[in-house]
Design a protein around this ligand. Structure first.
Ligand code: G6P
Length: 610
């Protein structure tokens, strides 16, 4: 969702800006634009509807050279996707600005600015910020002061970068509710909404904090907090791989990321377990003391991360720890009951999901014992604002449909459940050692499942011409069925619904016919016999079953039933293993349908607005 890149350098920055935008493409957007201050001291602006490629081609026709520039990919919120609404927005003949987030009081400000003589040329909320900065500057303020003054009048969320052609070697930036990171070069500085955009030019970053306003020149950075006082922010060396944004030999990021899962999980486990125990300190230096007191857990997440949370509920409660799970956008608008000694846990790939972040901020006022996040992006808002953070180390995930982030979240959650159960005396050393052994085996087991690639590709043909599908599971496999259905609908646009198999009779059975494929996730566990009865209910009504099952589950392929056998796995890790074939299935169906796998229509990778 919306991306920002900016640079102040001695070299031409247009290509750096475009490369940065490409690296943010995965977030989802509908138009792109850039502006640089050229040798004549003018603002050269180019904007295009559609892909960054279109902007790049436009740049060949109309080259824009200059050492100071800003660029943006826009995901429409206020005003349709169009060139006129694309950023950068310009005010007067000197101010150019890009913005992520939503300005909630934009109408009020628009009226005020119109009274001051400003004419609006777009339908965006962003344009008010450009005019506001311009307006403040006219009162005799410097660019920095004008932005500081302007942001005081904004309600909502923003990450914004501003330049002024009359002050060509400077960018001023502000963040509140939408992330910004400054890239530190040698004699040059950069800014972006995600460090990934800047990896080709630097690995040294300063993460701005909520309310920060900063001034960036070729010589350095000055940062001021929300009270306007100068502050120092640490320079962090990133260990993110430069290649993180490349597909390598894979046709899509999603396929690359599916195949990266064994390594992503191995790295999530690394240094965090001894041969038989989970290292409690991996959850933070205060974790030992906090986890010992946990009697209940409240988990909040959105999308795929919510499905990980649902699996964790089964795990926590297996070991006698009360656990509730809720979607962030619901939780944040209701009054929730806070049990004693309750850990508030958020799960998020990006660490920037607006609703999850808002829920965390609200929870801090509500008397939870402590907060923890399971997150994939170091330095993200959730990581910084939670008491404890456990990083999933999946590496950059580019495909909008989450894959390796999900299985590493599950891995992290199983570690947390085990650590909490052990710290509170609910499992003994032997039980802990058994789980640790299973965790350690995960990368190997996933490599095995990935060998089903060809078989699943074959199977996908049965789905490509369908309009609806059903996914069934019981127990921990119910959220996995939900995740499988979400993957299919996200990238192939086939309507997919997931049901706890026991609910079939209460409605979905009415939908069953030969045109509605039914996917079943069936490891060999205590619910298998129940699940088999559910499958018979489908078969008896002419439904077509596609079953991912333990090879020892004695399920025989036949009329109306195809079986894809998996090796036997321990019940506790089954949700992680059985996710993989569902990811591959949705990927191959999308390939046949020819959809945009990595950037499905209307979706964004990181949902930083409400
Ligand atoms: C978006 C993404 C999903 C993701 C969800 C939650 O919808 O497309 O892949 O699961 O946001 O994001 P988070 O970063 O908080 O896990």
């Amino acid at each position: 969702m919306c991306g920002i890149v900016g640079a102040v350098a001695q070299r031409d920055v247009a290509q750096i800006l475009v490369e940065g935008l490409k690296r943010l493409e995965y977030r989802g957007y509908d138009s792109a634009g850039l502006a640089v201050i050229n040798a004549e001291g003018n603002i050269a602006r180019l904007r295009r509807l559609g892909k960054v490629r279109a902007l790049e081609e436009a740049l060949v026709q109309e080259p824009a050279s200059g050492g100071t520039g800003i660029a943006h990919t826009r995901w429409a919120t206020h005003g349709a996707p169009s060139e006129a609404n694309a950023h950068p927005h310009i005010s007067g003949d000197n101010i150019a600005l890009v913005h992520n987030g939503i300005i909630e009081n934009h109408e009020l400000l628009r009226n005020y600015l119109q009274e001051q003589g400003y004419t609006f040329v777009s339908e965006t909320d962003t344009e008010v910020i450009a005019h506001l900065v311009h307006h403040e500057q006219k009162q005799g303020l410097s660019l920095l002061e004008a932005l500081q003054k302007a942001v005081h009048r904004l309600e909502g969320a923003y990450g914004t970068v501003v330049m002024d052609r009359n002050d060509p070697e400077r960018l001023v930036v502000a963040r509140s509710g939408s992330p910004l990171v400054i890239g530190v070069g040698i004699g040059e500085y950069f800014v972006a909404s995600d460090q990934l955009a800047l990896l080709p030019v630097t690995h040294r970053f300063i993460f701005l904090e909520e309310g920060d306003v900063a001034e960036i020149t070729r010589e350095g950075v000055s940062i001021f907090d929300s009270a306007g006082l100068p502050v120092e922010r640490e320079v962090v060396d990133s260990d993110l791989d430069h290649e993180a944004g490349d597909k390598g030999p894979y046709r899509h990021f999603m396929l690359k990321e599916i195949f990266e899962q064994p390594d992503a999980i191995a790295s999530t486990l690394e240094d965090r377990m001894t041969a038989e125990t989970i290292v409690l300190e991996s959850f933070g230096h205060r974790a030992v003391e906090i986890l010992r007191r946990v009697r209940a857990v409240q988990i909040i997440a959105c999308g795929t991360s919510y499905h990980a949370a649902m699996v964790a509920r089964y795990w926590f409660e297996t070991y006698g720890i009360a656990c509730r799970v809720e979607i962030a956008s619901e939780f944040r608008y209701r009054k929730a009951f806070v049990p004693d000694d309750c850990l508030f846990l958020t799960i998020s790939q990006s660490g920037e999901t607006a609703d999850t972040l808002a829920a965390l901020r609200m929870a801090k006022e509500q008397g939870f014992m402590s907060s923890m996040t399971i997150c994939n992006v170091p330095g993200s808002s959730l990581v910084r604002e939670s008491d404890m953070a456990f990083m999933t180390r999946a590496g950059a995930e580019i495909g909008v449909a989450s894959t390796k982030a999900f299985t590493t979240q599950l891995t992290a959650l199983l570690m947390l459940v085990t650590a909490t159960a052990r710290a509170t005396g609910r499992i003994d050393a032997e039980q802990e050692a058994e789980i640790v052994r299973e965790l350690r085996e995960l990368p190997h087991m996933i490599r095995n499942v990935l060998t089903l690639d060809d078989a699943i590709q074959q199977l996908s043909q049965a789905f490509a011409d369908k309009h609806h599908s059903l996914f069934l599971g019981r127990g921990t496999m119910y959220p996995i069925a939900m995740e499988g259905a979400l993957k299919l609908k996200e990238i192939s646009y086939i309507h997919a619904e997931a049901y706890a198999a026991g609910e079939l009779k209460h409605g979905p059975l009415a939908l069953i016919d030969s045109d509605m494929p039914v996917v079943v996730v069936a490891p060999n566990n205590e619910l298998l016999e129940k699940l088999k009865s559910n499958m018979e209910e489908v078969r008896a009504r002419g439904g077509q079953l596609y079953v991912f099952a333990d090879r020892h589950a004695r399920l025989v392929a036949g009329d109306g039933i195809q079986v894809i056998p998996l090796e036997k796995v321990h019940d506790i890790v089954a949700p992680i293993i059985y996710t993989i074939p569902l990811q591959l299935l949705s990927y191959y169906v999308a390939i046949i349908k020819g959809t945009d796998v990595d950037q499905p229509r209307n979706l964004a990778k990181s949902v930083t607005v409400e």
